[in-house]
Design a protein around this ligand. Structure first.
Ligand SMILES: C[S@@+](CC[C@H](N)C(=O)[O-])C[C@H]1O[C@@H](n2cnc3c(N)ncnc32)[C@H](O)[C@@H]1O
Length: 249
């Protein structure tokens, strides 16, 4: 169903007093109701982010035109379902953030996190910067490729960036000792994990598939934990905070 089609949402309900403010009906009322439960106080911000994605985000090619009508069910709920896997107060680098998925969703749902969005394409970082300003989020946007960065964070997230055997070499060097990579994957997660066994064994890293959330809001995540004593191969080695910077440009 497209945005704006009548779907039995709130704005088509009777309004005998004529006091209701008109707004577009939710294209996915059930998904939005699920989102309200998980975003809690962050729901107004999540709605504004969703509006930006379906508006300027679509016009400027950040997300495909078919994604708007399934934004909540396919994207926002999928991303926010991973939030419980992130420890309280963690620093987070979202590699290949694109339109901010999952990094901006995590920042909205979990204001305790310190989130950095890492994205190499200027067109995308320009839009992300605008969104961060518009939503008044304390989120950093960095234009760089993961392999060119010497940053560290407690948690490195990635969604739809690369298969696990290519993704892990990009993400693991950005993880602080004792931290983790959370790779949001689909049904093929277990097969991808099997294909990345060699890479994991070499680094002495344990990994598992975790299905988090419930009902419409599940996410299949590969969680790879970096041992506490493991020195990073690219990062500066002192476990400096991610907001300390070390990216080109
Ligand atoms: C298919 S998009 C996914 C975007 C978003 N994570 C999502 O789930 O919708 C992949 C993104 O990864 C970025 N990317 C590709 N290679 C990268 C690299 N080496 N380091 C950082 N980002 C990269 C691309 O620019 C693109 O924005």
């Amino acid at each position: 169903m497209n945005v704006g089609e009548p779907d039995g949402g709130d704005s088509t309900a009777p309004d005998p007093d004529g006091t209701r403010t008109e707004r577009e009906p939710d294209p996915e009322p059930e998904a939005v109701r699920s989102a309200e439960a998980v975003f809690g106080d962050g729901m107004p911000l999540a709605r504004r982010y969703a509006d930006l994605l379906t508006g300027s985000g679509t016009q400027r090619g950040l997300i495909g035109p078919r994604e708007g009508p399934r934004l909540w069910s396919r994207h926002l709920l999928n991303c926010v379902a991973a939030a419980p896997l992130v420890p309280r107060g963690a620093s987070v680098i979202d590699v290949g953030s694109g339109a901010g998925l999952p990094g901006l969703v995590l920042a909205i749902a979990r204001p305790d996190l310190r989130v950095t969005l890492l994205e190499p394409l200027l067109r995308r970082t320009t839009w992300l910067d605008e969104v961060v300003t518009e939503l008044d989020l304390d989120v950093r946007v960095l234009r760089a490729r993961a392999q060119d960065c010497a940053l560290r964070a407690d948690v490195v997230t990635a969604r739809a960036v690369a298969p696990l055997d290519r993704l892990l070499p990009l993400c693991l060097p950005l993880v602080r000792p004792g931290g983790q990579v959370l790779a949001l994957k689909g049904d093929g997660a277990a097969a991808e994990l099997a294909g990345a066994e060699e890479e994991l064994r070499r680094g002495g890293i344990s990994a598992e598939v975790v299905v988090t959330g419930s009902g419409a809001q599940t996410s299949t995540v590969v969680r790879a934990r970096v041992p506490a004593g493991r020195p990073g191969s690219r990062a500066a080695g002192r476990g400096e905070p991610v907001h300390g910077d070390a990216c080109p440009g």
